[in-house]
Write a protein that binds this ligand. Structure first.
Ligand code: ADP
Length: 423
């Protein structure tokens, strides 16, 4: 990657110790490195064999193909499979005294895995907890990732040392993506993973149901052969977003066996579409950080926002009757109800929220059945809290009367500008 190279992480963190501030130089360097990663996606699963590594690799590739700078970190100490999935097994990272360069897969995607450091694929690693934790921290601190839009972390299954360490190393804004298969048993394990993330204090970006239905190699269509929908039901039950369902596709197995990511070769069809749907909330997350204008945000479809009554409720934070540019300064929310049938505005009510405290508005808004918030400016953390509650957010909307803003959204003429509150 152009902006990495060991020079870019060569600050050994000694600045702090030599300046006498007393901070641990390794911790200081870790914080500095993590600060260069805009979005951290930690891919988890309740159990092995659900396709977690395959999904993690394809998410990383999809984001990189969308033009994002991406790192893919494989912290599966016992079965690092990312090098094989990307045909990088024979590659070795360039190592300098205090720094390692990740292995490039493309200009936009760099990879690091313990698999690169083992003498051969058959070698096993016998490490206890503290060593694994040290390794994960080292893979963030001492690898010259450079500035990244996304770091995608592939964790081993379960809720053990590695996922815990990965989340703690990345910080509280690291978002978990939980991969499951539709069967009841796998779904039960996901419940544990969601609870685990909540206990650690990290948001769950959503659940992916993998091997959901089957893509027929003859006709290319998707058929539901087992129970599909377990992941989606669980997502609803646990109040987390359902990111999408990837079918069981023989081409996925072929891709994995031959060492190329599925998306590199297949752009169309149900499996590619499912993968591209799954990364949309991630792309929206990166749009929210304003390294581009609001144009990169995905405008959700009205039908995806509607409740069972055929009504979609959209909230607009307002000050003095107009959309307010700073979310934290809002005095009232306009709750705008839109009829799904004819896309007309049925009702607008103004409600005064409880006194502003971090984390309060997302719950308050979700309780009112809101599917979308149209905001001027909103910090990344607040946005992820809304996403966590299943409420979409678009930022950069103009400071106009709430019904005018919603009407523009309905007509497809809403122009999203900069996020005026990017903190
Ligand atoms: P995990 O990381 O959860 O242990 P892997 O990603 O290693 O799982 O996948 C396990 C196996 O399932 C691999 O052989 C992989 O090719 C296959 N697989 C993963 N996802 C799919 C899919 N959607 N369709 C068909 N096979 C899949």
């Amino acid at each position: 990657m152009s902006n990495s190279g060991c020079g870019s992480c060569s600050s050994s963190g000694e600045g702090c110790s030599s300046s006498g501030c007393g901070a641990d130089p390794r911790e200081a360097k870790l914080i500095q490195q993590v600060g260069r990663i805009k979005n951290k996606i930690v891919v988890l699963s309740g159990k092995g064999g659900v396709g977690k590594s395959t999904v993690a690799a394809n998410i990383a590739v999809a984001l990189s193909l969308a033009g994002k700078k991406v790192g893919l970190l494989d912290v599966d100490v016992h079965g690092p499979s990312i090098p094989r999935l990307l045909s990088l097994s024979d590659k070795k990272p360039h190592i300098e005294t205090d720094c390692m360069e990740p292995v490039p897969w493309s200009q936009n995607l760099s990879v690091m895995s313990l698999g690169f450091l083992l003498p051969s694929a058959e070698d096993a690693v016998i490490w206890r907890g503290p060593m694994k934790i040290g390794m994960i921290k080292q893979f963030v601190t001492d690898v010259a990732w450079g500035d990244l839009d996304f770091l995608v972390v592939d964790c081993p299954p379960g809720t053990g040392d590695e996922p815990l360490s990965a989340l703690q190393t990345m910080g509280q804004d690291a978002q978990a993506v939980i991969v499951t298969t539709p069967q009841g048993l796998a779904v039960d394990d996901v419940r544990r993973s969601v609870t685990f993330c909540r206990q650690v204090g990290n948001p769950v970006l959503g659940i992916v149901e993998n091997m959901s239905g089957f893509v027929c190699p003859d006709c290319g269509k998707r058929h539901d052969i087992f129970n599909a929908g377990g992941g989606e039901r669980l997502a609803k039950e646990m109040g987390v977003t359902f990111l999408g369902a990837i079918p069981m596709d023989p081409e996925m197995v072929r891709a994995a066996d031959e060492g190329y990511p599925f998306l590199k070769v297949h752009e169309h069809g149900p499996t590619a579409e499912a993968l591209l749907t799954i990364i949309k909330p991630m792309l929206a997350l990166s749009g929210s950080l304003q390294e581009t204008k609001g144009g990169s945000q995905e405008l959700p479809e009205l039908k995806d926002l509607s409740n069972s009554d055929g009504v979609a409720r959209i909230a607009v934070p307002c000050a003095q009757g107009r959309l307010c540019m700073h979310f934290g300064h809002c005095e009232q929310f306009a709750l705008v109800d839109v009829d799904l049938k004819d896309r007309s505005i049925k009702n607008v009510t103004m409600e005064t929220p409880p006194p502003h405290e971090p984390g309060l508005y997302p719950t308050w808004i979700a309780e009112r059945g809101v599917g979308l918030v149209l905001a001027g400016g909103m910090g990344a953390r607040a946005q992820s809290m809304f996403t966590d509650k299943g409420v979409r957010v678009l930022v950069g909307a103009p400071a106009e009367e709430p019904d005018a803003v919603v009407r523009k959204y309905l007509e497809g003429s809403l122009q999203l500008g900069s996020n005026t509150c990017d903190h």
